[in-house]
Structure formats: structure tokens, C-alpha cells
Design a protein around this ligand. Structure first.
Ligand code: SF4
Length: 693
């Protein structure tokens, strides 16, 4: 007898929210998911989960999901439901027409870090081989692109060095610009367990985060002013070098010694000391000196960081500065140490691995490399363009200038998630064909001409790659409600554009990825069935994968020290905009909330609020819970105030989950010098009382 709600069978799959990559058993009754149960054999989560993965899958059945393709001539027109074939044909005709009128490079696309490896691989293949240009970028552009640049420069690989298990061997945990308790909760639990066992915690963050406030751990908190990461990293390095705490044996054996000497001479300069930089950074020099000594001498030191590092005008510089610190102290190449980016989205690592950047083919190989390009040309049977294409911000600029007119957006709400919303609106409005491929009519779809319904993670086969480079299976739990998995949609669009791609199953796409990508050479669905998951590099040298990287040597050969000079952001406070805004997330919501806001079975919802210090609130006559107007040079919004000393005087903080608040109306156009990752984390603002929206 089957009771109501009693499961009949289960399917093991992977959470589609954050970069922890928890494995779940989807317990089913017929075609209905009854509940999601954390899978005890999941190597990233070991039977644990958070509220999002466990309860926030209801969006897959939400009434606002669009299940039929739609088209319209102009964005002022109403949508018209059409068949898949008509939608593909309409989109292809428009995109080809644009190329005829404006040139081959006038169209491009954006891959999704929410989709599978196989799906992002197909989108970049469509663009490179079908569109004939390299105008492909990924939503990682706006989050972890500096990680790719910084770690590739110093270590030789655009990825974190450790597996999550590594934290069990850590003696000193340094968390920089991340709040894993909210954004990576299952990993945070493992981290806290290690802290309760006696490991020390250093938190470098403008805000007193939940990690600092946790009653069970004692953290050394460095509450720096937003935008001063590089100065703080350099001051830490100053103490390590001038106090004689460098692991010289490691540096001599593993790194370029002359580059180290140049770096050491730079950080040792008196103007880089904690005392000399204290007014700039806002960090007590004594606390900073203590943190440096603990990290350098406390045993295995591991650094975990998030978007508070990358989303700055010096995001790449900070990643490099972190890598310098790890090399100088010998904290690389064994369990318990390392440099570990906490990835935000479920497959942001994978979308980067799969060649979603305009200058790189899958496996981070430059498009200009003849030998590599020829491999792809032979298998794809096309001639590839060796010129790197446009990044997302360049696409927007070119659209406003009238030279970029068509965009295919896979699974990302660029209007809500990219900075300076008014510029994005101007760019989208100027385009002649915007194709949105998504579950819902998101904010970007207001400017689209074609809407291709997306499939949820429960409706398709594929793989995600989590923050520890772990490739895990996503398994089809129910039939796609829209009739097509996302990989099939991209194939349909490609075919309509005259570029045939033939695959019967995503496993065949993975076989092609493995054939073309040395770090994935040993990956196959058969291996994933056998081992449960595998961490890349997985190839002849490491057939069962690589939990910890750079053990015997850095991937690039010698570790590279790079001098990291602090350069202040151009975003300055002043009499009109005297406060600095920084942003973050809460546990129950996910990014712009497209899924979590549409999940009735999630435990609770919360609005975006502005955290403001009591001193700053009093000066402005703002009481707790009052509506306030938040205004920057880019735009303004209205939200409620929360008075708290979690932020220092001069700093305000909010989350960005709700479209009503639209925090990105406020953020500016400044971006990382190397990768164009937007500077979301530093915006000069004014706050004033308001009567509400
Ligand atoms: Fe999903 Fe991340 Fe929560 Fe795990 S920690 S259940 S991957 S959102």
C-alpha cells in the first residue's frame, strides 16, 4: 500500500544551487518528486544539506514556468507561442540576418553556470563553430573570473588547490571576503567542526559575518574597509617577511627565487607595514600582525575566499596576493593547506572549464594556439577564428555603439545580475535579436525577441563540477516539462543556423570533451558510475582524479611570485556619497532569487535590507525598520534599514536577492583590471530617510 507522499523509487543527483555540490536522492512517486534526501555517499556533503538543496526545488513545478517557445517581432509586441521548429527558425533567421548586415562578429552568446558541463560546452561550440566568432562569455565573468586569472598566473591552473576533506587537516583557517555560513553552508559545517576541534580562525571581511559571530568558535576578525584587500594582504606579507617567517626551503625548491626576492623586497618596504596602512585599511595593526603570525606559524594554513576578493577593481591582484602568501609560507601541495575559492554557483567551475571565455577553448587553452585550435577544427570539422572575442561588458558597449546586435543568453538574468542596470537596458534595447533560454520570463526577457523554455536540473542528464573540481552526475529524475533538455535546445538552434551537432545522450558530449581536454581525458560516465565522482585533472597520470593539486610541483613549473601594488579604486566617497556599500547573501535565498523566490516549500523568505551602523543611522535620523533611499552615482533604490554594529561606521551592506530592490541599479561600471569582473563590492552611496517605494 502506498501512502500519500510515500516514495516509490529514488534517483541520485546533484544540487543545482551552490558550488558545494551536495548529492541528493530525489525520492519519487511516479513523475512527482516527494522529497530530496541528502545522499550519505555524496563525497562533497556526506549526507548533509542546507535549506536550499533540501527544500527549495519547488520552483521546478512553479506556475510561472514557461513551457512553450515564444517569439515576437519587437519587444513592444505581445509574446506569441510557437512550435520549437518555428522558434529555432525565427531565431536563426534573425541571427543570420544580423551577421549579413553587420558582420560575422555582431552576434554572440553567454553560457550558464547553472547548466551542465555538457550544455555549456555545446553553447561555446555553437558560438565558435556555428556563429564563426569567439564572442562567448559566462556569468563567471561577474564572479570568479579573477580567480581564473590569478591562480593560472601564480600556480598554472584556474582552480582551487584542495578537496573539501582537506579542511580536516587544517590548523589555521583564513576566510577572506566570504561568508560560507550563508553561501556555502554544508562546507561551513565541516569548517566549524574543525574549528571546534581547535583549529584557529581568521576572518578578513568588512562585516562581522556569521562565521565571526558563531558562538562555538573564536575568530580573529580583521574588519577592513571595502576596497583595501590588496593593502591588507601586502601588510600580512610585510609581517611574514620582516619577522623572518618565510618558509625559505619551500620557496627555494618550488618557486622562482628571483621573483620571490623582488616580491619580498617590495612587501618589506616600510610603507607596506600594518601601521603605515592602518588608516587606509581600518584594521588594527596589532590584530593584523597577530593574524600574520598565526597563519605563518600555526601549522597547516588554508585560505578560503569568495566574491569579497574577486568583485573589485583589484580582484585579480588580490587573488595573486593570496597565492603569494600561501607560497611564502609553504602552505601549498598537501592536505590541510592551499588556496580555495568558494564558488558561488553549482557549475561555475565547470562553465569556466568548458571554454566559456572568449579567449580560451575547453581546458583553459588559448584560442590563438595553432596546435590546440587544429585539434578542435579536426573534430568539429570547421575552421576556427583565432581572435579572442568580446567579454560581456564589451558586448554591452558594442551594442550601445551599434556593432553587436544579437545575443543568445543561456540561463542567466543579465539584467538583474550585471552591474549598472541602466547600461544593460540600453544595450539590450539596442539589439535586434535577444534570445533568452530560461525557466522563467526573467527581467532580461523583457528585452527579448525569442524565449526558449529551459529545463530544470531534475529534467536532464549531465554533470556539474563543484568548487573542489569534483565532477558529479546530474541524473534525469522527471521528463522535461518543456519537452526538451537544454542541451537538445542548443542543438536545435545550431541546426537551424546550419551547424549540425549530433548527440544521442550527454554522455557522448562528455566523450568529446574528454577527447579534446587533457584535464578531462580520463572522465566518462562509466567512470562516474564506478567512482561516484572524480576531481579533475583526471587522465592517464591520475586515472582516479586529483584531490590535492601541486603536490610535487606547480602545474606551471615554478610557482610565480608577483608584486601586488595597491591601487585605490576610482570609486571614491565624498561629501555627496559618504558611505561605502558592500553586498552579500542570506542562507535561504540564492543570487537574484529566480528559483528560491518561486519555491513555496522553502522554509522562509526575507527581504533585502540595508545594514547600517547606529552612528550613521542616528546622523541621518533613521530608525530600525525605516524605509531609506540608497543612492549612488549610478542609480538609486529604496529598502528598509537594519541598524547593527555588524558593519563599521562608514560602511553599509545589503543583499541582492529581490528584483524590487535591484541592488545592481546602484553598482558602478568599474571592474577588475585584468578580467572586467565588476566591482560589486565597493560603491559610494548616500542614505536618507524615505517614505517607501
Ligand atoms: Fe545545495 Fe549548496 Fe546547500 Fe549543498 S550547501 S544543499 S549544494 S545550496
Amino acid at each position: 500500500v502506498i501512502e500519500i507522499g510515500q516514495p516509490e523509487h529514488s534517483v541520485v543527483t546533484t544540487c543545482a544551487y551552490c558550488g558545494v555540490g551536495c548529492a541528493f536522492k530525489a525520492e519519487m512517486r511516479g513523475e512527482e518528486v516527494v522529497r530530496m534526501v541528502p545522499y550519505k555517499d555524496g563525497k562533497a556533503n556526506r549526507g548533509h544539506s542546507c535549506v536550499k538543496g533540501r527544500f527549495a526545488w519547488g520552483y521546478t513545478n512553479h506556475k510561472e514556468r514557461i513551457l512553450k517557445p515564444m517569439i515576437r517581432e519587437r519587444i513592444e509586441d505581445p509574446w506569441r507561442e510557437v512550435s520549437w521548429d518555428e522558434a529555432f527558425s525565427f531565431a536563426a533567421t534573425r541571427m543570420r540576418g544580423i551577421q549579413k548586415k553587420y558582420g560575422r562578429d555582431a552576434i554572440g552568446g553567454i553560457t550558464s553556470s547553472r547548466c551542465t558541463n555538457e550544455e555549456t560546452y555545446l553553447v561555446q561550440k555553437l558560438i565558435r563553430a556555428g556563429f564563426g566568432n569567439n564572442n562567448v562569455d559566462t556569468c563567471a565573468r561577474v564572479c570568479h573570473s579573477p580567480t581564473g586569472y590569478g591562480l593560472a598566473t601564480t600556480f598554472g591552473t584556474s582552480a582551487g588547490t584542495q578537496d573539501f576533506d582537506s579542511v580536516e587537516d587544517t590548523d589555521v583557517v583564513v576566510v577572506i571576503g566570504a561568508n560560507p555560513a550563508s553561501a556555502h553552508p554544508v562546507f561551513a559545517s565541516r569548517l566549524k567542526k574543525r574549528l571546534r576541534q581547535g583549529a584557529k580562525l581568521i576572518v578578513i571581511d568588512p562585516r562581522r559575518t556569521e562565521m565571526v559571530e558563531s558562538p562555538h568558535v573564536k575568530a580573529l576578525h580583521l574588519p577592513l574597509m571595502p576596497g583595501t584587500n590588496v593593502a591588507v594582504m601586502t601588510a600580512l606579507a610585510h609581517v611574514i617577511v620582516t619577522d623572518g617567517l618565510v618558509n625559505e626551503a619551500f620557496v627555494r625548491e618550488r618557486c622562482d627565487w628571483s621573483e620571490f626576492e623582488e616580491w619580498a623586497a617590495f612587501v618589506a618596504q616600510p610603507n607596506n607595514s600594518p601601521e603605515a596602512t592602518a588608516i587606509l585599511t581600518g584594521v588594527d595593526p596589532k590584530v593584523l600582525r597577530e593574524a600574520a603570525r598565526i597563519y605563518a606559524t600555526g601549522g597547516n594554513g588554508a585560505i578560503y575566499y569568495g566574491l569579497g576578493v574577486t568583485e573589485h577593481s583589484q580582484g585579480s591582484t588580490t587573488v595573486i596576493a593570496i597565492a603569494n602568501l600561501a607560497m611564502a609560507t609553504g602552505n601549498i601541495g598537501r592536505p590541510g593547506v592551499g588556496v580555495n575559492p568558494l564558488r558561488g554557483q553549482n557549475n561555475v567551475q565547470g562553465s569556466c572549464d568548458m571554454g566559456s571565455f572568449p579567449h580560451e577553448l575547453p581546458g583553459y587553452r588559448h584560442i590563438a594556439g595553432d596546435a590546440v585550435r587544429e585539434q578542435f577544427e579536426a573534430l568539429w570539422n570547421v575552421k576556427l577564428n583565432p581572435e579572442p572575442g568580446l567579454r560581456i561588458p564589451n558586448m554591452f558597449d558594442a551594442a550601445v555603439e551599434g556593432t553587436f546586435m544579437g545575443l543568445y543568453v543561456q540561463g542567466e538574468d543579465i539584467l538583474q545580475s550585471d552591474p549598472n542596470t541602466s547600461h544593460v537596458v540600453a544595450a539590450l534595447s539596442a539589439m535586434e535579436c535577444v534570445i533568452v533560454h530560461d525557466l522563467f520570463l526573467n527581467e532580461t526577457a523583457n528585452y527579448a525577441h525569442v524565449f526558449l523554455p529551459g529545463s530544470s536540473f531534475l529534467e536532464k542528464d549531465g554533470t556539474f563540477t563543484n568548487a573542489e573540481r569534483r565532477i558529479q552526475r546530474v541524473r534525469k529524475v522527471v521528463t522535461p516539462k518543456n519537452g526538451m533538455a537544454d542541451w537538445e535546445v542548443t542543438i536545435g538552434l545550431a541546426k537551424a543556423m546550419g551547424f549540425e551537432m549530433n548527440y544521442n545522450h550527454p554522455s557522448e558530449i562528455m566523450d568529446e570533451i574528454a577527447a579534446l581536454t587533457p584535464t578531462f581525458a580520463g572522465v566518462s560516465y562509466a567512470k562516474l558510475e564506478e567512482l561516484g565522482s572524480v576531481q579533475w585533472p583526471c587522465n592517464e597520470k591520475a586515472p582516479e582524479g586529483t584531490p590535492v593539486m601541486h603536490i610535487d610541483g606547480f602545474v606551471r613549473g615554478k610557482g610565480k611570485f608577483v608584486v601586488t601594488e595597491y591601487v585605490a579604486t576610482d570609486e571614491r566617497t565624498g561629501p555627496r556619497y559618504p558611505l561605502l556599500l558592500t553586498t552579500g547573501r542570506i542562507l535561504s535565498q540564492y543570487n537574484v532569487g529566480a528559483q528560491t523566490r518561486r519555491t513555496e516549500n522553502v522554509v522562509w523568505h526575507a527581504e533585502d535590507r540595508l545594514e547600517i551602523h547606529p552612528h550613521d543611522a542616528e546622523q541621518r535620523g533613521v530608525r530600525d525598520g525605516d524605509w531609506v533611499r540608497l543612492k549612488s552615482r549610478a542609480g538609486e533604490t529604496t529598502l528598509r534599514a537594519e541598524i547593527t554594529d555588524r558593519v563599521a561606521p562608514g560602511v553599509v551592506y545589503t543583499t541582492f536577492h529581490h528584483p524590487d530592490t535591484q541592488a545592481n541599479v546602484i553598482t558602478t561600471d568599474y571592474s577588475d583590471w585584468a578580467t572586467n569582473c565588476p566591482e560589486y563590492k565597493v560603491t559610494a552611496v548616500q542614505v536618507s530617510p524615505s517614505n517607501g517605494p
